[in-house]
Write a protein that binds this ligand. Structure first.
Ligand SMILES: NC(=O)c1ccc[n+]([C@@H]2O[C@H](COP(=O)([O-])OP(=O)(O)OC[C@H]3O[C@@H](n4cnc5c(N)ncnc54)[C@H](OP(=O)(O)O)[C@@H]3O)[C@@H](O)[C@H]2O)c1
Length: 272
């Protein structure tokens, strides 16, 4: 992996998960700095990973080759405008904030920057993340490679060629852990009504979900519908459940939910 100085602006959950992923890949701690206003998170990161820390975003950005912007979206404008370092020609920026378009960052910094937009998801905390990436104007092939190497430390990556597709990434992988939690929650409620304890139901459901996801992963040559058909014998119990989902129009319900996520992401982008 190419070794650049990486600064994290904001030392919250997502920065911690990426730093943890970099550490697991033996990325040198002396090439990682986190900047955060409160000291507690910095101390923990310093203790756990031996990285450099700062309470000064300017200092971190000045030092870095790659800057990862990881503050909450509502703070981003202020954070960018407060940065006093004036020339960013030699730096690659990667933003993980939801809902702020590339154009906005050029406005915030009052100059064109080399920016990669990245939309990770919560399983990144376990190294099982899925990140959608978009390379803005001026981003070099080397920048693409570096961004990909960093985000691969916390899971899989997919590049989209159109920035608007980042909203589709939100619907597919950013928000979808919650869809799967909801699905499992409803299954658990139903199993409890049938007499199992919550714990028993959870074990059965979580392991089935994990196994199903692994089967999808390991059978890339098979369509999802084909995998389903392989475990659905005509006239059997699974078939009865699938028919019930179809009668209740689960397909439409999921389509509506995905569109709602995209529409909300588009609306939120207008706030910034
Ligand atoms: N978590 C996810 O699963 C996920 C998924 C996709 C995208 N994201 C995006 O990732 C970004 C970070 O999310 P997160 O979950 O890591 O949030 P978080 O845990 O709240 O971390 C944000 C950090 O930013 C720090 N901060 C506040 N003001 C700052 C400033 N002026 N300069 C530098 N740092 C500052 C906060 O410090 P204090 O706590 O000391 O105020 C906090 O440590 C967000 O934009 C979010 O939309 C997160």
């Amino acid at each position: 992996m190419e070794q650049k100085k990486i600064a994290f602006i904001g030392a919250g959950n997502m920065s911690r998960s990426i730093i943890s992923g970099l550490a697991a890949q033996h990325y040198p701690a002396s090439l990682i700095m986190a900047s955060n206003p409160s000291q507690g998170k910095l101390d923990t990161l310093q203790q756990d990973f031996g990285i450099l820390t700062s309470n000064n975003n300017d200092e971190a950005i000045k030092w870095a080759d790659v800057v990862i912007l990881a503050v909450k979206p509502q703070l981003m404008q202020q954070v960018c405008q407060d940065i006093k370092e004036s020339q960013f020609d030699d730096k690659l920026f990667i933003t993980i904030a939801a809902g702020i378009n590339s154009e906005r960052y050029h406005d915030y910094f009052d100059q064109t920057i080399r920016l990669v937009r990245c939309m990770p998801n919560t399983p990144s905390l376990l190294g099982l993340g899925m990140s959608g990436l978009f390379a803005g104007n001026g981003v070099s092939q080397n920048d693409v490679q570096i961004s990909e190497q960093i985000m691969r430390c916390v899971g899989e990556v997919l590049w989209v060629s159109d920035e608007s597709h980042i909203d589709t990434v939100i619907a597919c992988s950013g928000s979808s852990p919650a869809y799967f939690f909801l699905f499992m929650e409803y299954m658990q409620q139903s199993a409890i009504k049938m007499g199992l304890s919550g714990e028993e139901a959870r074990l059965l459901i979580q392991q089935a979900a994990l196994g199903a996801a692994q089967m999808v992963r390991h059978n890339g040559h098979l369509e999802l519908s084909e995998l389903r058909k392989q475990v659905t014998s005509k006239g059997g119990a699974t078939h009865a459940a699938i028919e019930s989902f179809k009668q209740d129009n689960l397909e439409q319900s999921i389509d509506n939910a995905m569109k709602s996520a995209v529409e909300r992401a588009q609306e939120m982008a207008k706030q910034f």
